[in-house]
Design a protein around this ligand. Structure first.
Ligand SMILES: NC(=O)c1ccc[n+]([C@@H]2O[C@H](COP(=O)([O-])OP(=O)(O)OC[C@H]3O[C@@H](n4cnc5c(N)ncnc54)[C@H](OP(=O)(O)O)[C@@H]3O)[C@@H](O)[C@H]2O)c1
Length: 286
């Protein structure tokens, strides 16, 4: 019998990436649920969904992801990222379903200067990171069969993200200012999605919290320059300091993730962000 995988938040960029890979994973039987099909904040709906469908694994791509807006509407962010995740954790525990939850580098304050490991102290600086961390805690309290994967700087040909914003802006402007003092690692959603599906197809039982991003280190400025180079777009990119581009939510200055644990446990090699960016640009037809 095929392994049944529920993907929540299926209309987001990671959900859409998983959908694009479904034909590659023929031994998996997917249910892709958008907010309309399954609102994770509604506990009755979540329970009914899991009782109606026989699910083996749930990949939770549903989240409140508007980092700056969250500062103004913390209750909304909390509802999805904490209550919604709690609802999923409870039903997964009751129905013996393994849960893969995506979390974020924003659980750290970014004050380190070497890559963050899973054992590092969490200290989010804004509402979004705080609610994502609280979601992690709900899962750890309620479930044994879980993978929490913290990732960073997601981009893809699907949905809204930095790569697509830069390409769009280049059509409207001759010059773009990009912050150069926030350091992290871009992550191509296809690479992340393939890792999650590998966890499922190998029926991995090394449950716990993991870090995953592409390899390498970049600033947003480096990332923007690389996007234009790979796309053959000739535009003037200027580095600026975060202070020159104030945002409601404070971003970590450094959020490189140490991937030793996931590489060792899953016996994988992770592509460098620049190599994956090339693939993403080639797959982007906008
Ligand atoms: N994007 C990044 O750079 C980044 C970095 C690190 C970690 N992450 C994490 O990675 C995961 C995937 O991110 P993403 O970029 O794919 O986000 P995204 O494009 O914003 O997608 C999130 C999806 O969740 C859905 N959703 C919101 N509230 C929901 C609810 N109550 N019930 C069901 N679905 C709901 C949204 O649907 P609607 O459109 O209908 O609201 C949307 O389709 C998230 O957990 C995020 O926190 C993202």
């Amino acid at each position: 019998m095929k392994t049944k995988v529920l993907v929540t938040g299926a209309n987001g960029q990671l959900g859409k990436t998983l959908a694009s890979l479904k034909t590659k994973f023929k031994n998996l039987d997917f249910i892709f649920a958008s907010t309309l099909d399954l609102d994770i904040t509604k506990s009755n709906q979540v329970e009914t969904f899991f009782y109606t469908n026989k699910i083996d694994w749930c990949i939770n791509c549903a989240a409140y992801t508007a980092v700056d807006k969250a500062e103004k509407e913390p209750e909304k962010a909390k509802k999805v990222n904490v209550l919604g995740v709690k609802n999923l954790a409870l039903v997964c525990a009751n129905k013996n379903v393994a849960l893969i939850q995506i979390s974020t580098d924003f659980v750290f304050n970014g004050e380190k200067s070497v890559a963050y490991t899973e054992k590092d102290t969490t200290k989010p600086t804004g509402v979004y990171g705080t609610t994502k961390l609280e979601g992690e805690i709900e899962i750890i309290k309620k479930l044994e069969k879980y993978f929490i994967i913290r990732t960073s700087w997601l981009y893809s040909q699907n949905g809204n993200n930095f790569m697509k914003t830069m390409i769009k802006l280049s059509k409207e402007r001759k010059k773009i200012n990009v912050v150069s003092d926030q350091i992290g690692t871009p992550t191509y959603t296809t690479d992340l999605a393939e890792i999650m599906l590998k966890i499922i197809t190998t029926n991995n039982k090394q449950y716990g919290t993991y870090h995953y991003s592409n390899e390498g280190v970049a600033s947003w400025y480096d990332f923007a320059k690389a996007i234009f180079e790979e796309s053959n777009i000739d535009i003037n990119v200027l580095p600026i300091k975060s202070e020159a581009y104030p945002t409601p939510a404070k971003r970590p200055h450094f959020s490189v993730l140490d991937k030793t644990k996931i590489k060792t446990n899953l016996k994988i090699e992770i592509p460098h962000w620049r190599v994956s960016l090339r693939k993403a640009i080639a797959n982007n037809n906008e």
